[in-house]
Design a protein around this ligand. Sequence first.
Ligand code: FE
Length: 246
Amino acid sequence: MANAMTTHRQSLTLDLPADEAHHFAGRGVSSCAREGAAVSADKHPDHQGNHVSDLQLRVRALETVLTEKGYINPGVLDDIVEHYETEVGPHIGARVVAKAWANPEFKQALLEDATKAIASLGLINRVSDHMIAVENTPGRHNMIVCTLCSCYPWDILGLPPVWYKSAPYRSRAVMDPRGVLADFGVTLAEDMEIRVWDSTAETRFIVIPMRPAGVDGWSEERLAALVTRDCMIGTGLPRLPGEAAS
Ligand code: FE
């Protein structure tokens, strides 16, 4: 079980105001230029008549300057984005969770050193971030956020959803996690502790949700079909056996 007091594990208690939450956030700058393009609400028409945000304009300008100076290759950037859009995704995290559900030894290894345990599965070429797995229990529900920007376990969940990068989620996940969960249609028992984990540029989290009842004897492949992206962020719960795609 992950221990919030352990070094490198930055946990936020529920009653922390947002400004204190930022105190715990990572100081590193994540490479969120393209992914952050949807955050700003200020829109302007571009040369093609499309409405783009201030941030999108800044990203385009920065990309143009870096390209002209020869520091980046737009084609390589496109390849990276395509890789995360088509090859890397929540299906990888789902296999990790399913393995943990099916194999207690692997789950223990995952909780002790998620980076090493995930790498051992060979599902991805490398685990580039310091990964920490946090386990939901009957008494504790975990949620993941990046209060500073949008740090996310890309290696195993792919591209982050837009709402994960939004200011309302980043602030409310800390101040009002039950309200956020309600927005996602999740209602937990009043006495269920909710622990919010703040991702950083160096440290990313994955939630191991509780295994649904009625899946004894299921293969890892069948179990993986129950694992949604949101339940690995902590804003959702796994599908029930009857909801799994056959
Ligand atoms: Fe971030």
